[in-house]
Design a protein around this ligand. Structure first.
Ligand code: SF4
Length: 237
């Protein structure tokens, strides 16, 4: 399968053919139709939403920083006590690093995350009067906040479709669907925003993430259960 071989070359786990000795039927080339992908995934995952628990932009920003190299479920275990102890940017800005490291240790990379959290909070206090900014440039100027994190905040805390969040699931699913041939998140995002209307961008990443977790999983995608199987160029069914 051309698509799978190319994906393997670029580091995307390929869709492996079943070991039945039979030819795989229905192999398609090219890419899936974006509007059809969106509509079908929306029907499949009607409750798709940000999995990080939060009640405001500050909490979502903290949770998103903690989610690097960590599952959302683990972050959601840690954040209630963290938010109780440091309820806003002003409190977090003067946090004792040792205490913060202890609270977030189980999320991994806790020393660098502690530096990012305190640096971010200080930036919010000093430059934005304790309010999380709602602009891409202002967000990405904060320590520990990249474009992906900023897109999470803008889309889910402020309802702004400034871009598409590209994580490992979005990378894998969009490559398998032929919607991009890139591995660099910024290039993948550019490919996706060209193909989907702006008001779909935030939900699109939730749909791809849900699909990547439930069906289009990394090692053995469940193509036989996939609602996109008949339009996906990487489908094995
Ligand atoms: S058919 Fe579905 S599960 Fe299989 S590779 Fe395509 S999107 Fe993934």
């Amino acid at each position: 399968m051309a698509g799978a071989r190319k994906g393997a070359r670029q580091g995307i786990p390929p869709v492996k053919a079943p070991r039945t000795g039979r030819a795989v039927k229905g192999r398609r080339r090219g890419k899936a139709q974006p509007s059809e992908v969106f509509e079908r995934l929306q029907r499949t995952y009607p409750d798709a939403h940000c999995a990080l628990l939060h009640t405001n932009a500050y909490q979502l920003l903290v949770a998103t920083i903690l989610s690097a190299q960590c599952t959302d479920a683990r972050v959601n275990i840690v954040t209630p006590s963290l938010f109780a102890r440091f309820p806003d940017a002003a409190a977090l800005a003067v946090a004792d690093p040792d205490e913060l490291e202890t609270i977030i240790r189980s999320t991994g990379f806790f020393r660098s995350k502690t530096r990012s959290l305190i640096g971010m909070a200080r930036g919010v206090v000093e430059r934005h009067g304790c309010a999380i900014p709602d602009e891409m440039d202002a967000l990405t100027a904060l320590p520990g906040v990249g474009r992906k994190t900023a897109n999470v905040i803008l889309g889910n805390a402020f309802g702004r479709n400034d871009g598409v969040v590209v994580d490992t699931h979005v990378t894998r699913v969009s490559n398998r669907l032929g919607l991009t041939k890139e591995l660099d998140p910024v290039k993948i995002e550019q490919d996706l925003i060209r193909q989907f209307p702006r008001d779909h961008w935030t939900l699109l990443s939730h749909l791809f993430i849900d699909h990547g977790r439930a069906i289009c999983v990394a090692r053995a995608p469940r193509c036989s259960l996939c609602p996109l199987a008949d339009i996906c160029p990487s489908s094995l069914v």
